[in-house]
Design a protein around this ligand. Structure first.
Ligand code: C2E
Ligand code: MG
Ligand code: MG
Length: 931
């Protein structure tokens, strides 16, 4: 039999052996033990644990509700009472009425929780004083501690009812003590008033013998079970006297407007009078909740838990958890029962926290928490590593990781396949293999290693693209190499190597490269024919030798083919032309410049061979093209230039200019570049472009060439001749720009302007003088000449008889009746019509008869030649005779000398025009001439 002390000694020895036997006992054990002891000794004094305790106590109070005795009644100054009285503060007579009625009902005592510390109207005060007296000192009136501030000092004053009231009433303290967290938990029993200890309202109402200390209010007493009536009901006589007889009554504000509301545990908020009633009930029910000194018990519990945790560390975890749950349940049950049945308040936060720390201690004993945390971290590490390995393994890019000795430490399947490595377990200095397979990577790697040796502290990386044969095809790769600085720890290095971790990522970009190639091809080639486009052709010309011939070629009948057979057949013809050129000149640089225009760059020995080459090239296309069942003929024209004659930049333009020359000559199949013709074309293009704005910018003006009567030598009028003051080309002759204006249709606007200007300027001349305006055949054909003339005459006010229109024979060729009608209408208005340049056109004299004319202008070529050539002289004579026969006046142009003048006069010509009489003049000098 072993004695109890011996058994205890034995257990203690075992415990200390255990503690001492394990020198590696982790610091966490001591920390947990220290925490348990600390909490048990000092925990109750901390605010945190205090607030946990209050929450637990509140929960217990809420879990064991009990009813009020009914001895204390609250007479509520509620919303209804306030509404009934209509004023606040109430007149004191109203309180007198309350006291009288309560006294009449036979209440035991009355506490009026209202401030009577200041006098009101004397009559009112007297009424209340009288009621107090009638009640026979059974009324308790409140005194309050009141904090007053004077400067920095805070003094406590006592706020008391006025003496008239105190004479017949008992003073009681009515302060409510608010805790630091704002809640009201306790109530004082008494305090010193005028040197004497008096009770608080609660103590007095409950008839407590004590007037010292304070009590914890038992909030398990339910406020709703405290009988509560409204003052308004009392005054209305609606409360049965039996309900009040023998009761203690608290009269006070419950209406929220009066703000006598306090936060309390369990019930949220309660009005002050109800708190007084509950305090009184606490005393009446003998539920004064006593705190319990638990310090020793807490320490004892702590020691038991420490010993249990150490002794039970080998027990099954379920046993330990069950024991803890039982312990917690036992503590909480005890606390609940003690509070409910014995009004004893047990603070259980400390024991519960002690148990929780005990659990930590047990866990530490069983698992060694720090090691467990390290294990978790390690596990996380391993998981991350496994994840990284998986990512690398699954990557479609080849990934090779290596160390400072260039030993491959990781290579995924993609890398092995590219590198031709056999098995996954194959390791070793395989980066040397890279040298054989990818010399580009090896070279870049060597450079990076050099960089790393020089500056090992930062990463070094390079990116390279390279090509490798893959069977019959080429594979394109992109490699990114990165060398990172690595801590020596865990990274294999060899002597002389700075620690590093390297990575090569190899990506197969063949598909991307093919796509880019395709894009490049599309950018450089014509989609329809597969030949180069204009830009790519120009880009490649600089590579051509000087002795290269550049030919541009257009399919003359392509538009017709499209119009007849459709655009698809037109496209087939272009493809067939491209195929033919490709087949016959495989070494030539070929392009499709635009619609049906091709370009060929072909080496020739000498410029002399250019014509032969042109014929050969055109000969290729003369053979029918493989389009449709019957084949198709393509008629081509060509412009050529020799690269030695022009700069590379000008070559295509020169060949195109030659092609334009070829086009301009009907039946011509090819032309070689002629710089003079190119210059003309360039000038033509420039004039055509500039002409569009010239009219609006006022660059055109008219000159007037005098016309005189040959018999008298008197001025009869002038011909208006247009000029263009070009901003860079100076004065441009109408011979240069009129054909352009006619080809682009601008002649209509220009002609209308000339007509208006000539009429306006002529209207300022001598009214005897006429003005002749040239009208182009195109203008006559396309615009409404009658309307234009009428408008010009109307705007200028010029008499129609002073205006003469000069038309040419070509205006009348193939013209319909419309123009004849218009000319007739103009003549009917009094306007004269002259046929200009007569003799140069195709019309025969016989045709003149049907034309509505007034004058005939003999072309200056006759005038120039008639002096020396009798034949011409006879033609002039015949023309003049014919004109006269047709009643037409004759004007001879280009008279430069006296002999011409005399001869024409002798032949009967009426009017003369030419330098003999004056060169074309500006409007102002001409006006002076006529004046
Ligand atoms: P045109 O109507 O036969 O005009 C006569 C041309 O002969 C004028 O040339 C004039 O300057 C020139 N000329 C006059 N006297 C002599 C001379 O004694 N000797 C020589 N060698 N030449 C002489 P210009 O002004 O260069 O006009 C050329 C042509 O331009 C005109 O021939 C006419 O067809 C056309 N033109 C001029 N102004 C206009 C116009 O306002 N409208 C239209 N539609 N055509 C115009
Ligand atoms: Mg003329
Ligand atoms: Mg003329």
């Amino acid at each position: 039999m072993v004695s109890a002390p011996a058994r205890l000694r034995c257990a203690a020895n075992a415990l200390f052996r255990r503690l001492g036997a394990n020198p590696g006992l982790h610091v966490t054990r001591w920390l947990a033990i220290a925490a348990i002891l600390l909490v048990s000794l000092l925990g109750s004094q901390t605010a945190l644990i205090g607030s946990i305790d209050e929450k637990l106590i509140s929960a217990r109070l809420a879990a064991a509700p009990r009813p009020a005795t009914g001895q204390v009644v609250v007479l509520a100054i509620d919303k209804a009472s306030l509404d009934a009285a209509g004023v606040w503060p109430w007149p004191r007579s109203l309180y007198a009425g309350i006291i009288d009625r309560l006294a009449a009902a036979g209440v035991q005592s009355i506490f009026i929780d209202v401030d009577f510390s200041t006098p009101s109207r004397p009559g009112e005060d007297a009424a209340l004083a009288a009621a107090l007296k009638r009640a026979g000192r059974s009324v308790l009136l409140p005194v309050f501690h009141q904090h007053a501030r004077a400067g920095n000092d805070t003094t406590t004053e006592i706020n008391r009812p006025i003496p008239a009231f105190l004479e017949n009433a008992w003073p009681v303290f009515a302060n409510v003590a608010v805790d630091g967290d704002g809640a009201v938990r306790s109530m004082a029993l008494g305090d010193i008033f005028d040197g004497v200890r008096i009770q608080t309202a609660a103590a007095a109402l409950a008839g407590s013998p004590d007037d010292d200390g304070s009590i914890r209010i038992d909030y398990s007493i339910e406020p709703r079970t405290v009988p509560t009536y409204s003052v308004s009901d009392l005054l209305a006589g609606q409360i049965a006297p039996a309900a009040l007889a023998g009761k203690t009554v608290v009269v006070g504000a419950t209406a929220t407007e009066l703000k006598d509301i306090f936060a309390v545990p369990v019930h949220g908020t309660l009005p002050g009078p109800v708190i007084h009633a509950l305090s009184a009930e606490t005393i009446l029910q003998d539920r004064i909740l006593e705190p319990f000194d638990q310090r020793l018990g807490a320490v004892a519990l702590a020691l038991v838990i420490i010993a249990g945790a150490l002794a039970w560390r080998s027990r099954h975890v379920l046993v330990i958890i069950t024991a803890c749950i039982l312990l917690v349940a036992a503590i909480e049950s005890a606390a609940f029962v003690l509070l409910k049945e014995a009004s004893v308040v047990l603070a259980t936060a400390v024991p519960l926290i002690t148990v929780a720390l005990g659990i930590v201690l047990v866990v530490n004993e069983r698992f060694d928490v720090v090691r467990a945390l390290m294990a978790i971290a390690h596990l996380e590490n391993r998981t991350t590593r496994r994840l990284m390995k998986r990512i690398v393994a699954d990557s479609i890019d080849g990934v090779i990781a290596f160390d400072a000795t260039l030993r491959v430490v990781e290579a995924n399947a993609a890398a092995r396949s590219v590198m031709g490595m056999a098995a996954e377990h194959e390791a070793g200095p395989t980066l040397e293999r890279i040298d054989a397979i990818f010399p580009d990577i090896a070279t870049a790697l060597q450079t990076l290693l050099e960089d790393h040796r020089r500056d090992p502290g930062r990463p070094h990386s390079a990116r390279i693209d390279f090509v490798r044969r893959k069977g019959a095809d080429e594979a394109h790769y992109e490699a990114a190499i990165t060398l990172s600085h690595a801590d020596a720890d865990g990274v294999r290095t060899s002597a002389g190597h700075t620690p590093l971790a390297g990575c090569v990522i190899i990506r197969d970009i063949t598909a991307r490269q093919v796509y880019h190639e395709r894009l490049r091809h599309l950018a450089d080639h014509d989609e329809l024919t597969g030949l180069l486009n204009r830009r790519a052709f120009v880009d490649r010309l600089p590579l051509a030798p000087k002795g290269t011939c550049i030919a541009t070629l257009d399919i003359e009948n392509h538009d017709n083919i499209c119009a007849t057979f459709g655009r698809d057949v037109g496209d087939d013809v272009l493809k067939a032309v491209a195929d033919r050129l490709r087949a016959r000149a495989p070494q030539a640089l070929l392009a499709r410049l635009s619609d049906d225009i091709f370009a060929i760059a072909l080496a020739v020995d000498d410029t002399k061979t250019l014509p032969d080459m042109a014929n050969t090239l055109l000969g290729w296309l003369d053979e029918p093209l493989a389009v449709g069942a019957a084949g198709m003929e393509a008629r081509a024209r060509m412009g050529l230039c020799w690269l030695a004659d022009v700069s590379v930049e000008q070559a295509i333009g020169a060949a195109e200019s030659a092609l334009d020359d070829a086009r301009a000559v009907p039946g011509c199949r090819w032309k070689i570049y002629d710089p003079a013709s190119a210059l003309r074309q360039a000038r033509y293009r420039m004039l055509e472009t500039d002409m569009r704005t010239a009219l609006a910018q006022g660059e055109f003006f008219l000159l007037y060439q005098p016309q005189v009567a040959l018999t008298t030598g008197h001025l009869t009028g002038a011909e208006a001749l247009v000029r263009w003051q070009h901003p860079s080309l100076d004065l441009v002759s109408p011979a240069d720009f009129i054909p352009i204006a006619e080809s682009n249709g601008l002649i209509c606007d220009l002609g209308r302007w000339a007509l208006e200007t000539a009429c306006r300027e002529a209207s300022a001349w001598d009214p005897e003088l006429t003005v002749a305006v040239n009208v182009s055949p195109i203008q006559l054909d396309r615009s409404d000449i009658v309307a234009d003339v009428m408008s010009a005459l109307e705007k200028s006010g010029l008499a129609p008889s002073r205006l003469c229109l000069e038309i040419t024979e070509s205006s009348l060729l193939d013209s319909g009746d419309r123009i004849f009608d218009e000319l007739e209408r103009l003549r009917a208005m009094g306007i004269r019509i002259a046929l200009d340049d007569f003799g140069t056109g195709y019309s025969s004299m016989g045709q003149l008869a049907g034309i509505p004319l007034d004058k005939l202008k003999l072309d200056q070529s006759f005038v120039r030649r008639m002096l020396d050539d009798n034949g011409v002289r006879q033609i002039v004579r015949a023309i003049i005779a014919l004109a006269h026969a047709l009643k037409l006046e004759v004007v001879a142009e280009g008279i430069e000398g006296e002999a011409e003048q005399t001869m024409l006069n002798d032949l009967g010509c009426e009017i003369g025009q030419g330098y003999r009489f004056g060169r074309p003049l500006k409007a102002k000098p001409f006006r002076a001439l006529g004046a």
